[in-house]
Ligand binder design. Structure first.
Ligand code: KG4
Ligand code: ZN
Length: 341
């Protein structure tokens, strides 16, 4: 095959992800996670994450190659997340990628983590229509991105002004006594609940909305949930966890889908792609489906395993860069923890 065979390395947070893609075909997505080591701290501990990447890196690369039936010497390129993310965690991935590129004599492609969350949908649903609107919602980011070309032109239209959507899920889960990371637990709890509480929708009305059309704010919502729960406890009442979860989840997904569809309309995008860990949320998927159908917008959401951080997304974007003839990175490529898109 003359399609480029690319190995991608993702270490921006707590997942050591190794993916191998041939052109636009995913061959393997191998992952090692340190999430359990962080659970008792209620959040990701950077130093713990870096050490875990260092231990998992080579075994995960070996497992990916074995599963795909690929030898390192078959590869045509190495791609790696060079930012944004946790500095020490990124450095482990970038150093590993350089070692592979140098020893194998292959081009190295440093890629942006947010862009690769968008690019992964190519191996799932084929070429991205240009432009695509992307809603990226994870523990670290909540952004609306206009994507004329995922390899070279990704334009941020707005992002969160405080907490990321996933962070809000994690914090509210904590208030409700659910384990970390809280998103999946809220999702599950909400299935048995009713939307009984009208929690605030940040930046959706008045002056705030005008100044922050495509920005998000979730800290007011988190505070409102905390206040509600505290008041119930102080009144000696039990907490209807399922109802609080469903009501909170409704507020988040309402704002996300409303703003995403407004952005599509305003920028003439008739495709909306949703990525990031929160894209695994069942209510968000259902609501986005419903509202996109009504608005005549095509919805693209990768399978949940490709929405959370993984190596396939990095390999997918690296392969696109090779296919489009983009310039490779130099071997002194830095890790940039606050890299913009
Ligand atoms: O993309 P991701 O794996 O890592 C980064 O943060 O970059 O996203 C993790 C986030 C966590 O905050 C987690 O609680 C949230 O995604 N999450 C969910 C669900 N599954 C994961 N949030 C809501 N519903 C879910 N089903
Ligand atoms: Zn991510």
């Amino acid at each position: 095959s003359d399609e480029p065979l690319v190995l991608g390395i993702e270490t921006s947070c707590d997942e050591t992800g190794i993916g191998i893609v041939r052109g636009t075909t995913l061959l393997v997505d191998a992952i090692a996670s340190s999430v359990e080591e962080h659970a008792r701290f209620g959040g990701v501990v950077p130093e713990v994450a870096s050490r875990a990447h260092l231990e998992a890196m080579v075994p995960t690369i070996q497992r990916a190659c074995e599963t795909a039936g690929v030898a390192l010497t078959d590869l045509d390129g190495i791609a790696v997340t060079s930012g944004p993310g946790l500095a020490g965690a990124l450095m482990v991935g970038v150093a590993s990628a350089k070692a592979l590129a140098l020893s194998l004599g292959l081009p190295l492609y440093g890629v942006n983590h947010l862009a690769s969350h968008v690019a992964v949908d190519i191996v799932e649903h084929g070429p991205l229509p240009e432009p695509t609107m992307a809603l990226l919602v994870s523990g670290g980011h909540s952004s609306l991105l206009l994507v004329p070309d995922v390899t070279s032109d990704v334009r941020p239209l707005g992002s969160t002004v405080d907490d990321a959507a996933g962070e809000a899920f994690d914090k509210v889960a904590r208030v409700l006594g659910l384990p970390f990371p809280g998103g999946p637990h809220i999702d599950r709890a909400a299935r048995d609940g009713q939307i009984t509480i009208d929690f605030p929708r940040g930046l959706t009305a008045g002056r705030d909305m005008e100044r922050h059309r495509f920005d998000f704010s979730f800290s007011g919502l988190k505070t409102a949930v905390t206040r509600w729960v505290t008041a119930e406890r102080e009144a000696g009442r039990g907490i209807p966890v399922a109802d609080v979860a469903a009501s909170f989840q409704e507020a988040v997904t309402d704002v996300l889908t409303r703003k995403a569809i407004d952005a599509c309309r305003e920028h003439g995008a008739d495709h909306l792609q949703i990525g990031g860990g929160v894209a695994a949320n069942s209510r968000l998927r259902a609501m986005a489906r419903e509202r996109c159908d009504r608005a005549g917008i095509q919805l693209r959401v990768p399978r949940p395993g490709l929405c959370t951080d993984n190596g396939a997304m990095v390999a997918a974007l690296g392969a696109q860069m090779m296919l489009k003839g983009r310039e490779a990175s130099r071997l002194d490529l830095p890790a940039d923890s606050s890299m913009p898109v």
